[in-house]
Design a protein around this ligand. Structure first.
Ligand code: NIG
Ligand code: FE
Length: 413
């Protein structure tokens, strides 16, 4: 059995507490330990705490196969990206230029660009091409501290391509081509409406294919938006997923207030995501249902839209998670960048932002018992920062504040 000992960290952030999403005041509780250590046996944490305490309990830790001196550095849980679209083919940098020239995301989509452009390329790409693109993005994410990522389908809009995408996610997650990052697959069939088709037709196809695709996924998702999939179609798609045994997630209130967050709450969604135009009544409904609010500040950053104010959810005792939304529109693998935006633009404290990309993000993909905090029994997924405090995640801009990454007890980046 492989053993690993990270010792003498200037600051260890365990995020210890219940294996549950943290809301309200608990969203800001980190548990900071000076001169901290983590000892792992095999894939799991055996002990985490003061270096002297860990050594008192496990004296042989000092002879572990891998010993890392973390003096002068901060140790945090491996980061969890709970909303991402990392599988796609083609390039959309031209649309970045078009948006800078004044065209809107919607105009580009209505003209067959945006998601539809990615769909055209993804349909044509082979399994191996898609896998190579995915692994390239996962390598960057891993170096930036991500150890678990959600991975959505959604650039197929037909059963064969949706299946191909989910199989690519599976190939990166198990078997000989497995990547160090653990992936959590989400079926997002109803992601856009092709020019000349209708929301009803795509939602029908999604509903019909869901029982066959569900074994490849853990969650169902939909782009619930005015003029895309409105409430009735979104409900049908999500209910079909639920019936097939999938957890529910939804893209809601990204461009206007349509009521998607309320719908997600009503369906017992694990999370409602984006939430740029959500009203107080929807927040109250999310609170009653127990949904996690997943905020994606990279998207308003690239769309030059107004950010969500995270304080509204925290004040309402709804747990907040933050994620990259990695996709060809918001082309970002960096949770440290998301941390920075969460603090500067969504008014979160740094402590709240760290909870949002660790334990709360884990809860948004139903992994809160396995990852998201550094406590005995959980997977030894760890990020060691290139600075003495976790604040470096948001404070050190535009580079990589992560020094080393450990996944399942092994150094991987
Ligand atoms: O979360 N809103 C829908 N889906 C993605 C964008 C996908 C794309 O533009 O390719 C999102 O923002
Ligand atoms: Fe998204």
């Amino acid at each position: 059995m492989h053993t690993l000992f990270v010792r003498n960290a200037a600051q260890l952030v365990t995020v210890a507490g219940p294996d549950a999403p943290r809301a309200g005041a608990a969203q800001g509780h980190l548990d900071l330990v000076e001169d901290g250590a983590v000892y792992a046996e095999g894939e799991r944490i055996a002990a985490a705490g003061k270096t002297s305490d860990v050594l008192a309990k496990f004296p042989h830790a000092k002879d572990a196969q891998t010993v890392i001196d973390a003096s002068g550095r901060a140790v945090v849980p491996g980061l969890v990206d709970c909303h991402a679209h990392p599988v796609f083919a083609g390039d959309r940098s031209d649309e970045y230029a078009m948006r800078l020239g004044g065209k809107s995301y919607r105009e580009i989509l209505a003209a067959g660009g945006g998601i539809l452009k990615s769909v055209a390329h993804t349909r044509k790409a082979s399994h191996d091409e898609l896998l190579a693109g995915l692994e390239n993005r996962l390598d960057r994410a891993l170096a930036l501290g991500t150890t678990t990522m959600e991975a959505k389908s959604g650039y197929g809009l037909d059963e064969a391509t949706e299946r191909k995408m989910l199989e690519v996610i599976r190939a990166a997650n198990e078997g000989p081509q497995r990547h160090a990052i653990d992936l959590v697959p989400t079926l997002l069939f109803a992601h856009a409406v092709p020019v000349g088709s209708s929301a009803k037709a795509i939602a029908d196809a999604a509903v019909e294919a869901t029982p066959r695709l569900a074994p490849l996924a853990e969650f169902v998702d939909v782009f619930c938006e005015k003029g895309i999939f409105e409430l009735d179609d979104s409900r049908r798609v999500l209910e079909a997923g639920k019936k097939a045994g999938l957890g529910v997630k939804a893209h809601v209130d990204e461009m206007c207030l349509l009521g998607g967050a309320k719908l997600a709450a009503e369906l017992g969604a694990v999370s409602a995501d984006h939430l740029l135009y959500t009203d107080d009544a929807s927040i109250a409904a999310m609170k009653r249902s127990g949904a996690v609010a997943v905020l994606l500040p990279g998207t308003p950053f690239v769309l030059r839209a107004a950010y969500s104010d995270a304080r509204r959810w925290i004040a309402a005792d709804v747990p907040v998670a933050c994620a990259t939304d990695l996709n060809p529109n918001c082309f970002c693998e960096s949770l440290p960048f998301v941390f920075t935006l969460s603090v500067y633009e969504m008014k979160m404290t740094p402590a709240e932002a760290l909870v949002a990309i660790t334990i709360n993000a884990a809860a948004a993909i139903r992994r809160e018992k396995e990852i998201g905090s550094l406590v005995p029994g959980k997977l030894a997924d760890i990020a060691i920062l290139d600075g003495p405090s976790y604040l470096h995640l948001g404070y050190h801009l535009a580079g990589n504040p992560v020094w080393k990454v450990i996944k399942r007890g092994r150094v991987v980046a």
